[in-house]
Design a protein around this ligand. Structure first.
Ligand code: DX5
Ligand code: ZN
Length: 215
């Protein structure tokens, strides 16, 4: 069984609360919220006030993916907005360990993310500070891209390091995930599947969520 985390990037922004309730009642345990700053990635999305605005709509876990430079500056604001998991990019932090510690010390789960070309061994020493590792399966910045097959090796490598050090963190995969490629990601070691287009653009989002959960 996988945990499904629908990415709001592909949702109807004029009805965010309703979109969240639809996927949560279809069995999505997490809600993935992509925060982009137009610097770390060439796109701008939403910030803490939008997260706080939709927080009362659901009890689902808010899985907040920060694609921003030096996210340590905004940890407190995102915690206050209602994030349950805060993911920061290894490539965007001058001190990733300090950033992960800051998140945990505010009482929520901390996660590190790596871009497709970042080798997982670079985050090895950070793993004891992580509740989750997000392996990007596309270049971060935009929804609707095709999954890069080589990123499955990064998921396998991350799962191997997890075994080696006897850690418990979840592995999350994000980008280009569909009901068709989901089983291969779970076999590689992913516990949490993020999907935007495949869920929100489907005629029956609940059916896609069920299929992904059961793989
Ligand atoms: C991309 C984001 C993803 C994206 C996934 O930078 O991190 O979460 O929204 O969207 P799909 O599933 O459409 O690739
Ligand atoms: Zn994301």
């Amino acid at each position: 069984m996988a945990i499904v985390s629908p990415s709001l990037l592909a949702a109807d922004f004029s009805a965010l609360g309703k979109e969240i309730q639809t996927v949560a009642s279809a069995g999505a345990e997490y809600i993935h919220i992509d925060v982009m700053d137009g610097e770390f990635v060439p796109n701008i999305t939403v910030g803490p006030c939008v997260i706080a605005g939709v927080r009362p709509c659901t009890d689902a876990v808010f899985d907040v993916h920060l694609m921003i430079r030096e996210p340590i500056r905004y940890v407190k604001e995102f915690v206050k907005s209602g994030a349950d998991i805060l993911t920061v990019h290894y490539e965007a932090c001058s001190d990733p360990a300090e950033t992960l510690r800051a998140i945990r010390s505010d009482g929520i789960r901390a996660a590190i993310s790596i871009k497709p070309k970042t080798p997982p061994h670079l985050i090895r020493d950070l793993l004891p500070l992580c509740d989750m590792v997000l392996v990007m399966t596309v270049e971060p910045g935009f929804g609707g891209q095709k999954l890069i097959p080589e990123t499955l090796d990064s998921i396998r490598e991350t799962a191997r390091m997890r075994n080696e050090i006897g850690a418990q963190f979840f592995i999350e995969a994000d980008g280009g995930i569909t009901a068709e490629n989901a089983p291969a990601l779970v076999r590689a070691g992913a516990d949490v599947l993020v999907a935007g287009s495949a869920i929100f653009r489907a005629p029956d989002p609940a059916a896609v969520i069920r299929t992904m959960k059961n793989c």
